[in-house]
Design a protein around this ligand. Structure first.
Ligand code: ATP
Ligand code: MG
Length: 176
């Protein structure tokens, strides 16, 4: 029998206040675009996507991440958009600190060095998915920018849920 595996990714997960503000933007956007609003506890920015990893290999991810050193930074969520190819409405940053690109680069290298799978087909663009199955509109609602202090990143697992996708945070690492 094949070994059990989990569908995993590394991500930034907002605290309750930032998540609440992001959800408010999602609810406002839903009024215009329809679709399905992501639940507040599911909102995140993916840094690196691994996909299915055998459970016996999950500790390798922890070992790879524990070797990284990176400093804290702040994100300013100040823009949103619609992607026609996957019908997603997202919130993101017009610009972001070099530390975030460095963190993503380090994470992806550490995973590859450990022989773990990491998706590299898409250049990194930090965004929070707010709505799925949304319709294109002429303009998304404006919003006051959100200041998101980032002090950790996490390993999360995704699995199908009755109301869409469910994510579980498995472990995390501090930014210092
Ligand atoms: P579903 O695929 O069921 O619609 P989902 O996309 O949220 O839900 P996953 O496919 O498990 O769930 O993805 C988890 C996270 O990784 C999401 O933020 C998703 O956007 C991101 N992701 C998925 N595939 C890739 C990929 N190939 N490259 C980069 N990020 C990805
Ligand atoms: Mg997906």
């Amino acid at each position: 029998m094949a070994e059990a595996s989990q569908r995993v990714f590394l991500a930034l997960w907002p605290g309750a206040e930032v998540a609440g503000r992001l959800q408010h933007i999602a609810l406002e956007a839903e009024k215009r675009c329809g679709g399905r609003c992501m639940r507040r506890d599911t909102l995140h920015i993916t840094l690196a996507f691994l996909g299915e990893v055998a459970e016996s290999r999950l500790p390798l991810i922890g070992e790879a991440m524990a070797s990284l050193q990176a400093g804290r930074f702040r994100l300013r969520i100040d823009t949103s958009g619609y992607w026609a190819h996957n019908h997603i409405v997202w919130a993101g940053c017009r610009a972001w600190p070099a530390q975030l690109d460095a963190l993503v680069g380090d994470i992806r290298c550490a995973l590859a060095d450990a022989g773990l799978p990491v998706a590299t087909e898409n250049a990194f663009f930090p965004h929070v998915t707010l709505l799925r199955k949304a319709q294109a509109v002429a303009a998304l609602p404006e919003f006051e920018s959100i200041d998101w202090p980032v002090d950790a990143w996490v390993l999360a697992a995704s699995s199908p849920a009755s109301d869409g996708v469910g994510y579980r945070r498995l472990t995390g690492w501090p930014l210092t």
